[in-house]
Design a protein around this ligand. Structure first.
Ligand code: MOS
Length: 738
């Protein structure tokens, strides 16, 4: 295993977009400029519920450089906001500037447009709003216990629903995880440019240009082909750019009303209230097992919040249904509407939260049974999916345990908690599993082979940072057997063929499969041209020819070979181009597909102050074949850092008196800094999954974070004997006297 790891390190690895990013050449949405562009700055509600009685705008209107101010009385009538019987999927999001009703603190209520950004910021500060305030409900814990607002229960039952109370050992735990925000480095931004009444070009931070194109077309009653969305570079997103938020519409509305391009960039504060977040959650898990470690019953219930105007749910409890072999499983999940903005998927939506409960419960059970936590997982491992009874396409969890156990030094883990000290620090080890759905979505890729030997691939996917561009170059260069410097992969523009939303760790398999198909087709086209235009091959059929390293020959040994550039030259063609599709992964009742990960953590805890130092993380991934080691490793490291944040530092906190975030800045919302992040070792099983797709890959982005937080919590328990179940683990929680 270690050999593979070393091979990758020695390989010629590059980041396709690295130079552009570090030299500042890369244009992110906020960097885009067009002729005659104006700047919009949003004014946001300072109450959580009620309505606007009056807006005092004259001071802002008279401020220097102000062009106009848009709000509910002078906005565009957006076709997509109107109820439509024919539309099976009506718009449920916030209808910006549609009426005077306030649904959340921080809701955008006006857009000030000026000739410079600074002047727009200043004028926005001069807008005065009088509200009629109504009582708001933002306290998740209080409302969950009260229970009257809980809605849409989703119940799953298998076997005996009381089994969690039986067995030789039983564990019951409750977990509270606060709201977490994505807060990518790059803020959300939109630059809207109308060309006439029915053509719209939008530069937008989005994880799916094609999805944004479809949404904008629908909202503004345009034909999709008349909407172009451009997203050259994305500076992180983690899920926040999986839909078009109201600010996107605000820019489009203003640009339309003014007949001039309008750029709108969210402030850091607005990043907390306008582009979603991981919902707050409560979970209770009860789990029982026989003496030999075999699970008897699991009962896992969860509640997570949504907004008052839109339902958002995620698969928090699903993993408990299938991660382990257990005859009796009950899960229950409900959502709780609050007067705050709508959540959205955030890195490993569902499993990141669910793993905290399931994987800590298993850890707790391991102590009760006196069975090593890894051993306990092996005892309950399953080769078939316990819900559907289908096999997994591939599953290498056992390999993950073995690799990680070695690397972290699991043999040093004390069997009894709070018994190991290093330099007077309580020291412990923990591990946990992560999982996420894998598959292959639809993607189209166009390949253009140029007479000069270069090949350009195009797809309307975006690359939010995982390294899609690099991975596609690797795949194409392997398929075409040519140096990757001869290849370009162009993305982030709806003028290119359909590319999927970059989400759910699915871009690589979808787009990569289409790249492979396009390469196959290119090779066929080259062979066809060779038969037509090369005298020596005229008597042959295309399938008699062999493609090797850019050359066509009639047999591998034959010295008679022609490079594709010569063939194009003889054919008198400037280029060859083909467009191919990935096609959906046909589960067709035969397989289940998941990526898996196992994370290990070592922590040191100060016995007096309760300060935790995460001193080592080992993340092992069963993500199929690793296409680009450099970028895959970076994704794993980023996920581990996110997991450290989830366990140790991150919490978006509301002041319920005002229903307002008091942490809406990166000084008070703590993401891990360098000092919080230890050495992170990343290991890959690197075994291909050819059932899902010809790329052999599964997916990495989500399993990189899912399981990290519980691994740390389990290490803290091992170090201190304290089971912390309210995240994040601030020192006060460890020095509380029980
Ligand atoms: Mo991911 S939460 O699908 O960006």
């Amino acid at each position: 295993m270690d050999d593979l790891y070393l091979n990758f390190l020695n390989a010629d690895e590059e980041r396709a977009d690295g130079l552009a990013k570090v030299t500042g050449k890369a244009k992110f949405t906020a960097d885009q400029k067009v002729q005659g562009m104006l700047y919009g700055v949003l004014v946001c509600s300072t109450i959580a519920k009620g309505y606007i009685k009056n807006m005092v705008l004259y001071k802002a209107r008279n401020a220097p450089g102000v062009v106009d101010i848009f709000y509910y009385l002078n906005s565009l009538s957006v076709p997509g906001f109107k109820p439509d019987d024919k539309n099976k999927n009506p718009y449920r999001g916030l209808k910006i500037f549609h009426n005077n009703i306030i649904h959340s603190n921080g809701q955008p209520v006006a857009l000030v447009v000026a000739d410079t950004y600074e002047r727009a910021v200043h004028a926005a500060s001069l807008v005065e709003i009088q509200y009629h305030q109504e009582p708001h409900v933002t306290d998740f814990d209080k409302e969950r216990i009260n229970g009257s607002r809980l809605k849409s229960p989703e119940i799953y039952e298998r076997g005996d629903t009381e089994a969690w109370q039986k067995g030789d050992a039983r564990v019951s735990l409750e977990f509270n995880i606060p709201i977490e925000t994505h807060n990518p480095l790059e803020p959300h931004a939109t630059l809207a440019v109308w060309e006439g009444q029915d053509r719209l070009t939008v530069y937008d931070k989005t994880q799916g240009p094609k999805v944004t194109q479809a949404e904008l077309a629908r909202m503004f009653g345009l034909e999709e082909k008349n909407v172009r969305v451009i997203t050259e570079f994305v500076g992180g997103a983690f899920g926040s750019a999986l839909r078009s938020w109201p600010h996107v519409y605000a820019a489009v509305i203003a640009a339309r009303k003014l007949g001039r391009p309008v750029k709108l960039v969210l402030t850091r504060e607005q990043m907390f209230t306008m582009v979603g977040y991981r919902p707050q959650s409560w979970q209770r898990i009860s789990i029982s097992a026989e003496k030999n470690g075999k699970l008897v019953g699991i009962f896992h219930e969860a509640v997570s919040n949504t907004s008052s105007y839109e339902d958002f749910r995620e698969g928090i409890v699903n993993g408990s249904q299938f991660l382990y072999q257990c005859p009796n499983v009950t899960t229950r999940y409900q959502i709780l509407p609050l007067d705050i903005n709508t959540p959205i998927w955030m890195r490993a939506p569902g499993p990141a939260t669910g793993a905290v409960a399931l994987e800590c419960a298993l850890d707790e059970l391991s102590y009760a049974l006196q069975i090593d936590p890894i051993e306990l997982r092996l005892i309950n491992d399953t080769d078939i999916h316990p819900v559907s009874k289908l096999p997994w396409t591939t599953k290498y969890l056992k390999e993950c345990y073995a690799l990680g156990k070695e690397k972290i030094g699991w043999k040093n883990r004390p069997a009894l908690p709070a018994t190991l000290k290093e330099n007077e620090m309580l020291t412990g080890y923990g591990m946990a599993v992560g999982w996420f759905w894998a598959g292959r979505g639809m993607a189209n890729v166009k390949a253009i082979l140029k007479a000069d030997g270069k090949i350009i691939f195009q797809s309307a996917v975006s690359d939010m940072g995982p390294g899609t561009t690099t991975a596609m170059l690797k795949i194409a260069s392997e398929q075409m057997e040519i140096d990757h410097h001869l290849i370009r992969f162009e993305l982030g523009d709806t003028d290119y063929p359909f590319g999927p939303m970059q989400g759910g760790s699915g871009s690589l398999t979808a787009v990569g499969s289409a790249v492979i198909a396009a390469c196959e087709e290119l090779k066929n086209e080259i062979k066809k041209s060779a038969v037509e235009h090369i005298t020596e091959f005229k008597s042959l059929k295309p399938q008699d020819l062999i493609y090797q390293k850019g050359f066509i020959s009639s047999s591998t040994k034959d010295s008679l070979k022609y490079h594709y550039t010569e063939i194009l030259d003889k054919a008198g063609k400037e280029e060859l181009n083909v467009t191919k599709s990935s096609g959906w992964f046909e589960r067709s009742g035969k397989y289940e597909a998941h990526s898996f990960s196992v994370h290990f953590a070592k922590v040191r805890v100060h016995p007096e102050t309760g300060v935790v130092h995460v001193s080592h993380i080992v993340s092992v991934a069963d993500a199929g074949k690793i296409i680009s080691y450099t970028t895959a490793r970076s994704q794993m490291i980023g996920g581990a850092v996110g997991g450290i944040g989830m366990a140790m530092t991150e919490a978006a906190i509301l002041d319920h008196r005002y229903g307002r975030y008091i942490t809406a800045n990166l000084a008070d919302y703590h993401i891990p800094v360098h000092a919080d992040v230890p050495k992170i070792d990343v290991l890959f099983v690197n075994k291909e999954d050819r059932i899902i797709s010809p790329t052999g890959a599964k997916g990495i982005g989500e399993i990189a974070i899912a399981g990290v937080a519980p691994a740390i919590l389990n290490a803290i328990y091992n170090a201190t004997g304290k089971r912390i179940t309210d995240l994040p683990v601030t020192p006060d929680k460890l020095i509380e006297r029980s």
